[in-house]
Design a binder for this molecule. Structure first.
Ligand code: KMH
Ligand code: ZN
Length: 313
């Protein structure tokens, strides 16, 4: 596995996403101003990558509005040195060709790229809430009972060349072990260039579970498939966020936190900001592992990113 020269840990922050709905937390950023502010605060707290989705500013519904992406990304770009990583996962309800449009629009240094199709069940969250603030929320969650988050081989063959054309590094989101084999297949066929940066996503209902054994297994299989040519970061969804973060750090990997993946700072206590989640990840990294926190500059060198100036921001 590849490591940074000083074994520093990369902390990413996913500030809003498309999993949670506004009823679930008053702290979920919704407007472009809120999303950009959350990302800037996360960078100040120690994140070197901020992962961005956008939402309808009036209702909080996940959308793929390119003007909103541009507003958010431009402000972050102007006010910080952090790596702006837009999603091409969007929401499970969106088609791949719609989701990838953010890459030609912003020419970002990096963007997420989802390595396979899964059920993406958000409907179990319905049980936790008696009523919802906005009409779309319950229907959105219920709709995932009969929904496939689509990333077929044909979709990957269409999306990955777009990353290549605009010099955008794909962060390879793997929700199950099979997705690692999909990634290997696309590498072997020349659709993905090393160095690979994988994201192991654990605990999505429809993907691999959040148990620690699964993380160890994904790491071992990645080593088998990619040898020394990869690095990895980990998302533990919901209550799995910090236990899997600590395990990932201990394995020499990197971590993602943020309100996209988890709303709680600790059991029963909502996180009041993305920055609070980043600060906790920073403390755990330093206190439990003694590893340094990677700066955006170090991450750009490590992942061989094109740099801020190469973006269209
Ligand atoms: N929603 C997360 C489970 C993406 O946006 O492309 C993974 C993710 C994927 O952030
Ligand atoms: Zn995302």
């Amino acid at each position: 596995m590849r490591t940074l020269p000083n074994d520093a840990a990369i902390i990413s922050c996913a500030v809003t996403g498309a999993i949670h709905v506004p009823t679930m937390s008053p702290h979920l950023p919704v407007t472009p101003e809120e999303i950009a502010t959350a990302a800037i605060e996360a960078a100040e707290a120690g994140a070197s990558i901020v992962h961005i989705h956008v939402r309808d500013p009036e209702t909080g519904e996940p959308i793929t509005d390119l003007d909103l992406f541009r507003q958010v990304a431009t402000r972050i770009h102007e006010e910080t040195d952090v790596i702006v990583q837009p999603t091409t996962g969007g929401a499970p309800t969106m088609a791949p060709e719609e989701r990838v449009r953010v890459v030609p629009e912003l020419e970002p240094e990096m963007a997420s790229c989802n390595m396979g199709s899964i059920n993406f069940g958000l409907y179990p969250l319905l049980e936790k809430y008696d009523e919802f603030e906005y009409d779309w929320e319950a229907e959105y969650l219920e709709g995932t009972r009969d929904l496939i988050f689509r990333n077929t081989f044909d979709d990957l063959e269409s999306m990955l060349p777009v990353f290549d054309e605009y010099g955008t590094k794909p962060e390879l989101e793997c929700y199950d072990v099979g997705h690692l084999y999909n990634a290997k297949h696309m590498v072997d066929r020349g659709f993905i260039e090393p160095p690979l940066h994988l994201q192991f996503v654990l605990g999505i209902h429809g993907g691999i579970g959040g148990d620690g054994e699964n993380l160890t297994h994904m790491y071992r299989i990645a080593e088998t498939l990619f040898g020394n040519d990869f690095s990895f970061s980990v998302i533990g969804a919901g209550r799995h966020e910090f236990p899997r973060a600590v395990q990932a750090l201990d394995l020499g990997g990197h971590v993602r936190v943020g309100l996209e993946d988890n709303l709680y700072l600790r059991p029963g206590k909502l996180a009041e900001s993305n920055a609070d989640l980043v600060a906790k990840a920073v403390d755990l990294t330093r206190d439990l592992t003694g590893r340094d926190i990677a700066s955006p500059k170090q991450v750009r060198e490590f992942l061989e990113l094109t740099g801020k100036d190469a973006t269209d921001l």
